[in-house]
Write a protein that binds this ligand. Structure first.
Ligand code: ADP
Ligand code: MG
Length: 253
């Protein structure tokens, strides 16, 4: 199967507001795809519907052969779909390392008996988990911050931490909601370099981002929303000259 995710006829209303309307698209495996559109066009809502943080009113969401619509977020996560949030969600009173360790343990927890008895197996697994967590911290430039409290991190590093945690879950599909927002140019460059490596490692990225320059250089496919509807989908070169897309973005400015 060339596609890892298929969305068909997705719809969501908040009261009288139709936030997502009859939305259909497919996402190609091991690529970076972008979801763009003006403020309030339904990007985060679309992510919330896919990740199980919201229930759709209508439509189908098929991920690796599983129907996700109506499944709770934890179940969706266990199937191999991870995400970050527009406002980073971390455990602020834990250290940076502990935050990532929790994600590693979500996949492989040492057995109860071996934890209780502190068997050699327990220490071996504990060590492997720390090494793995440190590996993700290094990839997101956080090795020097491992023992800081997560709550003390500036926004850029918080976004990195959220990404390190999401990757530690070893997902197949990663949804990024404005991963570069609030980052300085240098941090954006670092972020782009790491994220660009991921498709070669078997990951698929679906990325909402305001910084279109950053995104257009990385994404293979771009989906454009306006008022909850898809108005265009295609490679960046086509999207950039699509009259409807240009109009929507000019309208925003
Ligand atoms: P985007 O991420 O593209 O900026 P959103 O998906 O966050 O847009 O929002 C789409 C529309 O739905 C907006 O008008 C927003 O105010 C509204 N909206 C989003 N979430 C909720 C909610 N939980 N309750 C009510 N309205 C919401
Ligand atoms: Mg949003």
């Amino acid at each position: 199967m060339a596609h890892i995710l298929e969305v068909r006829g997705l719809a969501k209303k908040f009261g009288a507001l139709q936030a997502v309307k009859d939305l259909s698209f497919k996402i190609k495996r091991e690529t970076i795809s972008a979801l763009i559109g003006p403020n309030g066009s339904g990007k985060s809502t679309t992510f919330n519907l896919i990740s199980g943080h919201l229930k759709p009113d209508k439509g189908r969401i098929i991920f690796e052969g599983h129907h996700l619509e109506g499944l709770p977020a934890e179940t969706v996560a266990r199937l191999g779909l991870a995400r970050t949030f527009q406002t980073p969600q971390v455990f602020s009173h834990l250290t940076v390392l502990e935050n990532v360790l929790l994600a590693v343990y979500q996949r492989k927890r040492p057995g109860k008996i071996s934890s209780l008895l502190r068997t050699p197996e327990f220490f071996r697994k504990e060590k492997a988990a720390r090494e793995e967590a440190l590996y993700y911290l290094e990839r997101f430039f956080l090795a020097d911050e491992a023992h800081r409290e997560a709550g003390e991190l500036p926004l850029g590093k918080l976004r990195y931490l959220e990404l390190a945690r999401a990757l530690a879950l070893r997902p197949k599909l990663l949804l990024l909601d404005e991963a570069a927002s609030g980052l300085d140019p240098r941090e954006k460059e670092d972020l782009a370099r790491t994220l660009a490596e991921l498709p070669r490692e078997g990951l698929t990225l679906f990325w909402v981002e305001h910084d279109l320059n950053l995104l257009m250089g990385l994404a293979e496919e771009v989906i454009v929303l306006d008022q909850g509807r898809k108005i265009a989908q295609g490679p960046p070169s086509e999207i950039q000259k699509d009259p409807r897309v240009i109009q929507v973005y000019l309208g925003e400015e």
